[in-house]
Design a protein around this ligand. Structure first.
Ligand SMILES: [Zn+2]
Length: 334
């Protein structure tokens, strides 16, 4: 039976916190030191470094051909200083140049101004209003739910966006049933860091496959991997190399279970992990990898604010791009 091409039904956004395109120095940049056969398949074998360049066209992974696009994108958006998580993540999910609208980079958690921008509409709400379904694929331990529900800690921008869209946030039960994944895909962190003895553990490839299967249950899904930023702040070189090699296998596993007509987007909010000579964010460009039949829609993406538009358009090519609710309500003065 021939596979018949169909419209893009599923879009999975894999968000890796704090990865930028840095120097070709294997002493401080895990991207220069790690063995990443899957990631570099999309960049003609070149490591994901500052000089990686732009790439587009079909790439065969695991015997399956995928349309792809890779390009560096700008997380700074014309605002001086080191880009931060809350404003960067908000730009990704709203499609608006949040640091420029704020006049600053802000993070790690969203302030009132960023929360107002998230309340005005994100990919989660846009897809739901278009008749689709959405999910945050990561599950959080009971301690996280307790501290968020108590109001003692704010959720991150993408968590806030999912909650504002009315989506359930997964916890221990979904981790146990396989209906959500841990931050590290494998679940080993729940055992090692959180002390669980009987939660599921997957190989990296199995974790990737599971992520793809969960993503195919809904129209738009978001998988946040925030551990890359934690390791960046810690400046842990060996851990950084290990994380990237883990993700390389996760992505290979995901693609083995993925339909080439559907869409995967991999990106970040700011640099950090690519320069472990210090434990701070960087001002580097971040990678944008797009896999799927509609990848070429992202060819004009220059900043983090340019991703939500083409992602929505890939799913809903005949619908106008949703306007932010605050602009709709406003007087017309912009
Ligand atoms: Zn950070």
């Amino acid at each position: 039976m021939m596979d018949i091409p169909h419209p893009t039904r599923h879009a999975l956004l894999i968000f890796l916190d704090g990865i930028g395109l840095g120097a070709p120095d294997p002493a401080v940049n895990p991207f220069a030191a790690a063995h990443l056969p899957t990631l570099t398949a999309f960049t003609a074998g070149r490591p994901w470094l500052a000089d990686v360049g732009e790439h587009a066209g079909p790439v065969v992974v695991g015997g399956k051909p995928f349309e792809t696009l890779f390009r560096p994108v700008d997380p700074r958006m014309g605002v001086a200083g080191r880009p931060q998580s809350a404003s960067g993540q908000a730009a990704i999910v709203t499609g608006r140049p949040v640091p420029a609208l704020l006049g600053e980079h802000y993070g790690p958690r969203p302030n009132a101004a960023i929360r107002a921008l998230l309340d005005a509409g994100t990919l989660f709400t846009h897809v739901r209003e278009a008749g689709g379904t959405a999910a945050l694929l990561e599950g959080y331990p009971p301690g996280w739910h307790a501290v968020i529900n108590s109001g003692k800690r704010l959720p991150s921008s993408y968590q806030y966006a999912a909650i504002a869209a009315g989506l359930p946030i997964a916890g221990e039960r979904e981790i146990r049933s396989g209906d959500a994944l841990a931050v590290d895909w494998t679940g080993e962190g729940w055992r090692r860091e959180l002390g669980y003895r009987d939660t599921p553990v997957y190989t990296p490839a199995e974790g990737g496959r599971r992520m793809a299967e969960l993503a195919r249950r809904v129209t738009f899904s978001f998988f946040p991997h925030w551990y890359t930023d934690v390791v960046g702040h810690r400046a842990g070189m060996r851990e950084g190399v290990g994380l990237l090699e883990l993700f390389d296998q996760v992505l290979a596993g995901a693609l083995a279970a993925w339909d080439p007509d559907d869409l995967i987007v991999v990106t970040s909010d700011h640099g950090n992990l690519e320069d472990l000579s210090h434990g701070k964010h960087t001002e580097a460009d971040v990678p944008l990898l797009v896999i799927g039949r509609e990848a070429a829609r992202f060819a004009g993406a220059r900043t983090l604010a340019d991703l939500a538009g083409p992602l929505f358009a890939a799913l809903y090519p005949h619908r106008p791009e949703p306007a932010p609710r605050d602009a709709v309500r406003g007087s017309g003065a912009r």
